[in-house]
Design a protein around this ligand. Structure first.
Ligand code: ASP
Length: 426
């Protein structure tokens, strides 16, 4: 019995991993070995792969709003006192801001060592200047004001994560205060939360198929050739992402919690694979909360608050891409950046990361804000747009790993972690 259960658990993680590799290979075969035409392009790539892949993303998105809302109400109700909630909130915010600032510093350093924009053959690169012109980032004041929901029903309907967080926290605190007087509503949220967790498990069992289709379609569409002219930029971003993940996160985890970092990555891998194939932090929220509870022993009281918050405001991977992009654009256009410029970039990219929504490609939109702050031409964004998809996937995996590491540390500091679950997870 124990053995079968174990085999089942190993099953899903391994299946997702196999789906990632097999999807990439299948996509490359489609791109290079199958002649283009109606069958390949319309039936396989934009037909079957597109429908199944997008269908899977929609299923995951379907879970997000009800799950975040219910689990956050339950979480804040369980914590109850506002002081403790405040401490958790402040600690989480500090960790989120600190890791983001560190991420950009890593990116700027790696960028200056690799020199991604020097010796660039600009004619080999396709620009998307027209697309850049349409981009518009939200201003900082609006970002701040947008935290307060002016119509909570609207916030739920449109999936505005920060507004949902604020409203759910308030309801949870009030339910705790009212106690028995609001027992029916408390029970309702508790039971609805269980339903949503069960639904998450059901949708996740489809993950290998969804991941396979998403990855195959991406590779079938972009192949390798698009990467070559911007190879150094890509290597710079990937290297900085790897440093952030393997050195910064795992180092922080070891220092603050004493947990085994390798085991952490192993347990968390399915969530990273999911974020990678969808490039969407928001859709990853349910799986992240579930995995942290079942494999790391992190209490949902903490994660139901910190994970949706992180998916909305903590984008270390995105900040890294923006840091390397700044060095790249400055070099490609021969603009010299001073130390003050670099400090400005650290500040604005941290704010941009807060303003970046956890959906595909938004990091490119908020990049305009960072470029504007130091006077770099936004046309440079057109250069990197063509190859952004694969980087978007990778940085999203780092974005959500950062949320999970900070959550685990905050849970440890609040004694809301069951280490035996972490140690015994397979
Ligand atoms: N796709 C990223 C995310 O969802 C955001 C971005 O950098 O574009 O985390």
């Amino acid at each position: 019995m124990g053995k079968t259960e174990k085999a089942k658990k190993i099953g899903l993680t391994t299946k997702i991993f196999i789906a990632l590799i097999a999807g990439a290979i299948f996509g490359i075969i489609l791109c290079y070995l199958v002649p283009s035409g109606h069958v390949r392009d319309d039936i396989i790539v934009e037909g079957i792969l597109y429908v199944i892949g997008q269908g899977f993303i929609r299923l995951m998105k379907m879970l997000v709003v009800p799950l975040v809302f219910c689990s956050l109400v339950c979480g804040s109700m369980a914590i109850g006192d506002t002081k403790k909630l405040g401490t958790v909130g402040v600690r989480t915010l500090i960790f989120y801001l600190f890791t983001t600032a560190l991420a950009i510093t890593v990116a700027l350093t790696v960028g200056n060592i690799i020199d991604p924009g020097i010796g660039l053959d600009m004619s080999a690169i396709k620009t998307n200047a027209a697309d850049v012109a349409q981009m518009e980032a939200t201003s900082l004041t609006d970002t701040l004001l947008n935290i307060i929901p002016d119509n909570p029903v609207n916030s739920l309907a449109s999936g505005s994560m920060l507004q949902i967080i604020v409203f759910a926290l308030i309801i949870g605190v009030i339910l705790a205060k009212l106690g028995d007087r609001a027992e029916t509503v408390s029970n309702f949220f508790g039971q609805f939360n269980d339903i949503m967790m069960e639904m998450t498990m059901m949708v996740m069992s489809l993950a290998p198929v969804g991941v396979f289709c998403l990855i195959s379609r991406t590779f079938a569409n972009i192949g390798f050739s698009a990467f070559l002219p911007l190879g150094k930029y890509m290597i710079g971003v990937l290297l900085a992402l790897a440093i952030q993940c393997l050195v910064v996160y795992l180092g922080l985890l070891k220092v603050f919690t004493g947990l085994n970092p390798i085991k952490f990555i192993k347990n968390f891998f399915p969530v990273m694979a999911f974020a990678f194939s969808t490039a969407t932090s928001n859709a990853t929220i349910p799986l992240s909360i579930d995995t942290l509870a079942k494999k790391m022993g992190v209490s949902k009281k903490i994660s139901s608050f910190t994970i949706p918050l992180g998916a909305t405001i903590n984008m270390d991977g995105t900040a890294i891409m923006q840091g390397v992009a700044v060095v790249f654009a400055a070099q490609a256009f021969g603009i010299h950046l001073t130390m003050t410029d670099y400090i400005t970039v650290i500040g604005t990219a941290t704010l941009a990361s807060i303003g970046t929504a956890g959906v595909p490609s938004v990091g490119l939109v908020t990049l305009t804000m960072v470029f504007n702050s130091v006077g770099l031409p936004v046309e440079a964004i057109g250069l990197i747009m063509g190859i952004d998809r694969i980087l978007d996937m990778t940085r999203t995996a780092v974005n959500i790993t950062g949320d999970a590491v900070c959550t685990t540390i905050v849970a440890h500091q609040n004694k809301a972690i069951d280490r035996s679950i972490f140690e015994n997870a397979q």
